[in-house]
Write a protein that binds this ligand. Structure first.
Ligand SMILES: Cc1cc2nc3c(=O)[nH]c(=O)nc-3n(C[C@H](O)[C@H](O)[C@H](O)COP(=O)(O)O)c2cc1C
Length: 383
């Protein structure tokens, strides 16, 4: 059956993805911090944003979805968010999504915890791939990885700063989540009832953190690896450290995972090109606002930086909501992963097509010929 008929929205892809992925991997992808309150809030805040369509006049018959971000033209104002361990959710997820981003003329942000080497992603999507880093305590590791990213040809470095301390998600702890997956009886059973996943995983090989392998001692047990990684990252990102990364990286620099306007001002001060307001898809601290609630305050501190945001996007209407609330661009994490888990290599393209079509529809209904016109269509209580 044609994909548009079988999966007419991301919601259908999500249902199918859930049927194809072992439960411990599904909970890793879909779950949030604590009891999932911030995941729910991301959705609730988006659902609360409504538009008042302007129907007379023909100005919005052909809405313009394309946008320029940090000097580059993209076909729509959204891209693929970095997902660590994506290869556990669906084998070769990062490779598939990088290829889709290139077809769709959208950015793909590769996580340093993707289960693929950064050079491979740069080959697949030379002009569309951005590289995301969690900074290390050891400056020599930062230097080595940033140097490799420059050499590989990435145009954008995204430094994620929202992990001041290790997050322990209750469901992942219960599932004993590890890389490669632990072969205990419970997990084996979950894999056996997902034969397509198991076969694809066999073909792709055991997921490993290929980009970081040179910096990890060989032969560590999983528990030792976890402790080692936590030690390598633990602690707040200092402004000096961020400035050092700015000095190291000659191309566009994006800082991801901000909430506070004072942090946005600091990013401006060190010369960042963009910030990503993000609560990490609701996966860290449960009691935080949604990025969409923070855009107004962030905008006031932006200077010349671009304002990117993420969290909860499952449709083109959600992209329109973020744009109306002040974002220049949005990232979508789980939506693209649902596509790949449901459809494999073609899933990312299908999600890109769906979001573009839905965004087009939303803009046409609202009567917004450009993304910048969406804000005027917002329904404001009391108007
Ligand atoms: C399974 C998973 C792994 C993630 N890994 C990373 C990561 O390695 N680096 C990072 O900066 N953000 C990571 N994120 C956060 C996403 O980049 C993004 O902020 C979030 O998924 C947006 O919310 P959404 O999934 O509702 O679109 C991860 C998110 C998920 C769901």
């Amino acid at each position: 059956m044609d994909a548009r008929r079988r999966y007419p929205s991301v919601w259908y892809l999500e249902q199918q993805a859930r049927r194809r992925v072992p439960r411990f991997c599904w909970e890793y992808l879909a779950g949030g911090g604590g009891r999932g309150g911030a995941v729910q809030r991301n959705r609730a805040m988006l659902d609360a944003i409504r538009f008042v369509p302007r129907l007379l006049g023909d100005a919005a018959d052909r809405p313009q979805l394309g946008t320029t971000l940090m000097g580059r033209r993209y076909d729509a104002p959204f891209g693929v968010a970095p997902i660590g361990l994506g290869g556990l959710v669906w084998p070769r997820a990062a490779e598939h999504l990088a290829a889709s981003a290139r077809h769709q003329n959208l950015p793909f942000v590769m996580s340093c915890y993707a289960t693929v080497a950064m050079e491979r992603i740069a080959q697949i999507a030379p002009e569309h791939a951005w590289f995301q880093l969690y900074a290390f305590h050891q400056p020599e590791i930062d230097r080595a990885i940033v140097g490799r990213a420059e050499q590989a040809g990435f145009e954008v470095l995204v430094v994620t700063v929202d992990l001041p301390t290790a997050t322990r998600r209750p469901h992942d702890a219960r599932n004993g989540l590890s890389v490669p997956p632990a072969m205990d009886a419970e997990n084996l059973l979950q894999m056996m009832v997902r034969p397509r996943w198991a076969l694809a995983m066999l073909a792709a090989g055991v997921p490993r953190f290929h980009t970081l392998l040179p910096h990890l001692p060989a032969g560590l047990s999983m528990a030792e690896l976890g402790t080692r990684l936590a030690q390598m990252h633990e602690g707040h990102m200092t402004l000096e450290h961020l400035k050092a990364l700015r000095d190291l990286w000659p191309r566009k620099l994006v800082v991801k995972g901000l909430y506070h306007p004072a942090d946005v001002a600091d990013c401006r001060a060190i010369g960042a090109d963009a910030v990503v307001m993000s609560n990490h898809g609701g996966r860290h601290l449960e009691g935080v606002p949604s990025a969409i609630e923070l855009l107004h305050a962030a905008r006031a501190e932006l200077g010349g930086m671009a304002l990117i945001a993420d969290g909860g996007v499952r449709s083109g209407l959600d992209v329109a909501r973020y744009a109306a609330a002040g974002a220049d661009f949005v990232l979508c994490g789980r939506a693209f992963m649902f596509g790949v888990a449901a459809m494999g290599a073609r899933g990312g393209d299908h999600v890109g097509d769906l979001l573009k079509a839905e965004l087009h529809q939303a803009m046409a209904h609202v009567g917004a010929p450009t993304l910048g016109d969406l804000a005027a269509g917002l329904h404001r209580n009391g108007d």
